[in-house]
Design a protein around this ligand. Structure first.
Ligand code: G6P
Ligand code: MG
Length: 217
């Protein structure tokens, strides 16, 4: 059967999760809030607005709406200085191989990301054309773990949720996939992503037999 394979972007296709972390850390520091790498797991996969809300809550801060908007812009400007330097080298191991295999097997390929910078990043690393459908932070109103971003991808492709497979590095993203009624595959650590149907450290661990199994199910 023709399945839809939906990829998250940050932390799955490229290691921009580290850049988000650095930019949020700096921004938080500038308003006297500190957070740990453990807390950072809760920022993965969620929107820019929601991330700043969480950081403010951790620091017990309340700010004006104008200040909030300013801080979001500052974070993004800083983040973009990292993105600006990106090229194909930053595509994570075996991601391209997996995309090409799925394309060759005539499977649907989609991007489901909370990021408003998604298209730009895919262009930078030169894999934009490998995706049939892109749903990103500009297309959704509800942040992961809400399933909106993945359900929209599935709708565009006209594939029922139970025929969709989602690759995610974030707890909120795995929850979003599960909430959508899709198969969830965690990319990262088993203890963090324990709600996923399957977990792999990275794409080098995902072999052809496993992908074929998902396709033929
Ligand atoms: C992804 C990342 C988050 C990021 C969010 C919004 O889901 O995992 O860390 O905050 O996208 O990204 P943006 O590029 O729009 O700020
Ligand atoms: Mg991610």
């Amino acid at each position: 059967t023709r399945k839809a394979f939906i990829f998250d972007l940050d932390g799955v296709i490229v290691d921009t999760a580290k850049y988000h972390f650095l930019a949020w850390k700096k921004l938080a520091g500038s308003i006297g809030v500190d957070f740990t790498e453990h807390q950072n797991e809760q920022l993965k996969g969620v929107s820019r607005v929601k991330s700043l809300e969480k950081i403010l809550a951790w620091g017990n801060k309340t700010i004006s709406e104008a200040e909030f908007t300013k801080l979001m812009a500052l974070k993004n400007t800083d983040y973009l200085t990292y993105i600006d330097k990106m090229d194909e080298q930053e595509i994570l191991p075996d991601v391209t191989k997996t995309l090409d295999f799925l394309r060759n097997e005539n499977q649907h390929i989609a991007l489901g990301s909370a990021s408003k910078n998604a298209r730009m990043i895919l262009e930078k690393v030169n894999i934009l054309e490998k995706f049939d459908v892109i749903v990103d932070g500009n297309d959704v109103t509800k942040a992961k773990p809400d399933p909106e971003v993945f359900l929209k991808s599935a709708q565009h492709l006209n594939v029922p949720p139970e025929h969709c497979i989602v690759f995610e590095d974030a707890v909120a993203g795995i929850q979003a996939a599960n909430n959508a009624g899709m198969i969830s595959i965690g990319i990262g650590k088993k203890d963090i992503l324990h709600e996923a149907d399957y977990v792999f450290t990275d794409f080098t661990e995902i072999d052809i037999d496993f992908l074929n199994e998902l396709i033929s199910k």
